[in-house]
Write a protein that binds this ligand. Structure first.
Ligand code: FAD
Ligand code: SIN
Length: 529
């Protein structure tokens, strides 16, 4: 089975759909998505999208906040591009139909989150992502040049390797000709030939046991590029959100937005004492790496499984009005947030690193772009500022579209690409081989490569990954492909990259905190022992 298109877009979150809408007037677009089109991390975004809208905020303030959060590793040129284009991109989302909350004055009701020096986060109650995806999907579904294939899984991008050419990490001029796509319903593998391909496959939170990410976040795009010998970077910088709802056995973990702390909620321990002042003068609104590590330290010292977020002192009606989803979710498990404190625990939330891209979202592979959480654009450095990721996706998908439209007329399809060869594979009937390996992977990453790391823990993780890597490659090579085996293989690949890059970073910086290169947090813990 073959399909030929001008633009192949893998992923239907904000990064994929905003790109699709921008190029659709210039050629045939195919959007591939492995679940229902709306099932994306984008849909679950609560807090909002950061953008400079009114004074006293300025681009310079937002730039500085982003650089400070990034702990010296942001690409300043990229930061300046993303922030100075923020207003225009937000206006475009509004033009596509996304509605953000306004005050009675008619001005946007801007929220503030950790690390932001100004109120600048546009939101739609605590359902911002849902509102954005609703608007974008509506536009995409009604565009005659856009076809969306749901429940289709991209296995690998196609390069010269599939024409028999030997490719190594040193090969120059690697080109992307499309992708092989698994249709799980029929079991068939579709060859999609494209002139331009955009990877918008999102993050990889499922490499950890506790995550806010939906099931689709399995790092597929990153693993595909790594296998195709493209450049991947900064994978050690995994952001743990400080406050996910402690509700054992619920997966993914439900997020308690940072905007609630911006609204006045405070973190306390079991005794009801605030503790953040011991870690950072910005207290509960310190950047989230500091807050997550502080919670981790409090939990280790007290032996408790969670801390609390307290909003019981806040005005009841406006609390419910601003955070209806959180109110309803907590109530559904017996917690009335206007009266009861919310038990919270950190959870893997966002991957700052990924496929290396430049200012037009170009990867190191020709005709292949990457945008959104799967990309490492240089915006976040060692730590992402809250609500900068929806913005990053909108900015760099726009820039990718500009670059792609300049190129498309000069590109042609590579029709010599062979179809997928599944010869000699057999149906794997032992699903346990996949589910148990997934559990091993998630527990290895959670306990050895979590919020706090050490050289010894990283080496332990690598040794265990080597075993499950070998076993899974053997299983993959002899099996009729399923989504589950492909996702497991991709997550093992992503885990390996996180651990290897963490080992190479011989310092504690941003989200990578190692006991072997410890700083302030370790001093606090020692002084309390
Ligand atoms: P996604 O929206 O995750 O979309 C990925 C798409 O790729 C999906 O359609 C998926 O099916 C598809 N896909 C993946 N692999 C394959 C494959 N192999 N084949 C086919 N399709 C594939 N950021 C903010 O800026 N503000 C917030 O308030 C905020 N809140 C958040 C709250 C939660 C609970 C979470 C989880 C994240 C939050 N983030 C927030 C982060 C932000 O939502 C994501 O970084 C952003 O939405 C990523 O968008 P994306 O388009 O890159 O990927
Ligand atoms: C949140 O609402 O706390 C999440 C914001 C983000 O991840 O950017």
């Amino acid at each position: 089975m073959r399909k030929e298109v001008d633009f192949l877009v893998i992923g239907s979150g904000i990064a994929g759909l905003s790109f699709a809408l921008k190029v659709a007037d210039h050629g045939k677009v195919l959007v591939i998505t492995k679940d229902h089109a709306e099932e994306t991390a984008t849909k679950y975004a609560q807090g909002g999208i950061a953008a400079v809208m009114y004074s006293p905020d300025t681009y310079e303030k937002h730039i500085q906040d982003t650089l400070i959060a990034g702990d010296g590793l942001c690409n300043e040129n990229i930061v300046r591009i993303a922030i100075t284009e923020s207003t225009e991109r937000v206006r475009e989302l509004i033009g596509w139909g996304a509605e953000f909350d306004k005050k009675e004055t008619g001005k946007y009701d801007l929220a503030r989150e950790g690390g932001h020096s100004e109120y600048r986060v546009l939101h739609h109650k605590d359902q911002t992502g849902w509102e954005i995806i609703r608007a974008l999907l509506h536009q995409a579904q009604n565009h005659p040049n856009i076809e969306i294939l749901e429940n289709h899984f991209a296995i690998d991008i196609i390069t010269q390797h599939h024409l028999g050419t030997k490719i190594t990490r040193l090969t120059k001029g690697i080109k992307c000709f499309g992708a092989y796509i698994l249709c799980p319903d029929s079991g068939k593998i579709l060859t999609v030939l494209s002139k331009i391909t955009l990877l918008a496959t999102g993050g990889a939170g499922n490499v950890y046991h506790v995550t806010t990410n939906p099931d689709v976040a399995t790092g597929d795009g990153i693993a595909m590029v790594y296998r195709a010998k493209g450049l991947v970077e900064n994978m050690e910088f995994v952001q743990f959100h400080p406050t996910s709802l402690f509700n054992p056995n619920e997966r993914p973990s439900f997020l308690i937005t940072e905007a609630l702390r911006g609204f006045g909620a405070v973190l306390t321990n079991r005794m009801g004492e605030e503790f953040m002042q011991r870690y950072d003068p910005r207290k509960s609104l310190a950047p989230r790496d500091i807050v997550a590590r502080a919670i981790d330290s409090e939990m280790i010292l007290s032996g408790d499984e969670y801390v609390y977020l307290d909003c019981t002192h806040l005005e009841k009606n406006s609390l419910i009005d601003h955070f209806p989803t959180i109110y309803a979710k907590c109530l559904s498990i017996g917690i009335n947030i206007t009266r009861d404190r919310i038990p919270v625990v950190p959870a893997a939330h966002y991957l700052c690193g990924g496929i290396k891209t430049d200012e037009f979202a170009r990867t190191t592979i020709e005709n292949l772009y990457a945008s959104g959480e799967c990309a490492s654009s240089g915006l976040h450095g060692a730590n992402r500022l809250a609500s900068n990721s929806l913005l990053e996706s909108a900015v760099f998908s726009h820039r990718a579209s500009q670059d792609a439209l300049l190129k498309i007329a000069h590109l042609s399809l590579c029709r010599e690409i062979p179809d997928w060869n599944a010869e000699g594979t057999v149906l794997n009937e032992e699903t346990i081989l996949i589910t148990q390996t997934m559990r091993e992977l998630q527990s290895t990453m959670t306990y050895y490569v979590g919020i706090v790391r050490s050289n010894l823990r990283l080496q332990r993780a690598l040794d265990r990954l080597a075993i499950i890597y070998r076993e899974t490659e053997e299983l993959y090579n002899r099996s009729v492909l399923t989504v589950k085996i492909c996702e497991l293989r991709n997550l093992i690949n992503v885990a390996y990259l996180i651990v290897k890059m963490a080992q190479q970073r011989k310092e504690s910086r941003g989200l990578h905190y190692s006991l072997d290169y410890s700083g302030k947090l370790e001093e606090i813990k020692n002084s309390r022992r």
